[in-house]
Design a protein around this ligand. Structure first.
Ligand SMILES: [Fe+2]
Ligand SMILES: [Fe+2]
Length: 330
């Protein structure tokens, strides 16, 4: 076999190169900041403390969040393999693997909380009331759309340069850091307030690391490639919209009364100790979070896309209804 065949897509011989000191330092923080979802005060997540509507409402929001955590496990896990086979510097590989593990930890919080407050939700749940039926149907509709997202994302590896895909990772982290901070601060239940404070710290680390990746990779990009990043940021907004704002119909194909029940369930969850912010507050907070990072992105020559729905000004990017979304998850 020729050397070039052995080399194509091989993790060996590997390297221990350090190009980005910032990324190395960010990745190293993972060790002291490690935490265990097993050790949260789970006795506070007792279904006896909630009505059945409140219990399903909490499980509903956690299952919605879990969609994005699951795509995070897959995307960052796949990215780690891609980085290793394409000979990226060592901290990139290890940072991406650590993020994939963090996403497992976040999904684990969702799994454990659902198992306590509303056993079997959502995968093996048998709804008994209309609200339960709508909650379950909404989640299944979201997951069904998630399948479309994942197919397109998976194909992106062959279609776009790796640098381009990696460079857009930071956008979801801006949103993630924001939502979890809000949820942690508003939660009155000990499991949720502790879990989301820890998750916020994970997300801050993800944001620092993905911005370091962006900084390193954008330096070598053409204006055209930077324009493609702008497009991926708009895709990121659309993809994350059901969690961070409300579902954008450019991509999400959901039942007509989806949002009516989504709102109702989130209000019930918030009233019973899981601090989900209202949609108006999320809109405002997301706009502010993007504005906070705007100058950093623009200084790298990457135009911020216009996102009218939440009041973000920028470059107009048209996305056709039903267009494949290539965006990164939380
Ligand atoms: Fe996450
Ligand atoms: Fe993240």
């Amino acid at each position: 076999m020729a050397d070039s065949e052995v080399d194509a897509g091989n993790v060996f011989p590997g390297n221990w190169d350090v190009v980005s000191e910032t990324l190395l330092k960010t990745y190293e923080l993972w060790f002291p900041q490690n935490w265990s979802p097993v050790d949260l005060p789970w006795q506070e997540c007792d279904p006896k403390n909630f009505s059945s509507d409140e219990a399903v409402a909490q499980a509903y929001w956690l299952s919605k969040l879990a969609l994005f955590e699951k795509s995070g496990i897959g995307a960052f896990g796949a990215a780690a393999v891609q980085a290793a086979t394409h000979k990226f510097e060592d901290p990139t590989k290890k940072f991406l693997s650590a993020v994939a593990f963090d996403e497992c930890r976040h999904d684990e919080v969702c799994r454990r909380a659902c198992a306590r407050v509303c056993p079997n939700f959502p995968y093996r749940f048998k709804p008994q009331t209309e609200l339960e039926e709508k909650a379950h149907r909404n989640i299944m509709a979201l997951y069904d759309n998630g399948r479309r997202y994942w197919s397109a994302f998976n194909q992106a590896w062959g279609k776009y340069p790796l640098e381009l895909i990696f460079s857009s990772f930071f956008f979801a982290e801006i949103g993630a850091q924001l939502i979890f901070k809000e949820v942690g601060e508003r939660s009155t239940n000990g499991v949720y307030s502790t879990a989301f404070r820890n998750i916020t710290r994970d997300e801050s680390r993800h944001l620092t690391g993905t911005l370091a990746m962006l900084e390193r990779l954008a330096g070598e990009m053409s204006a055209d490639q930077k324009g493609m990043i702008t497009r991926q940021l708009k895709h990121g907004f659309i993809y994350l919209s059901p969690l961070l704002f409300k579902p954008m119909e450019d991509f999400w194909k959901l039942p007509p009364d989806f949002f009516e029940y989504d709102r109702k369930l989130e209000e019930l969850a918030a009233a019973s100790g899981l601090g989900v912010p209202k949609v108006e507050d999320r809109k405002d907070a997301w706009m502010k979070a993007i504005s906070r990072h705007r100058s950093k992105i623009e200084d790298l020559g990457i135009p911020v896309p216009e996102i009218k729905e939440i009041g973000v000004e920028g470059l107009e990017v048209s996305v056709k209804k039903g267009e494949d979304i290539v965006a990164t998850p939380l």
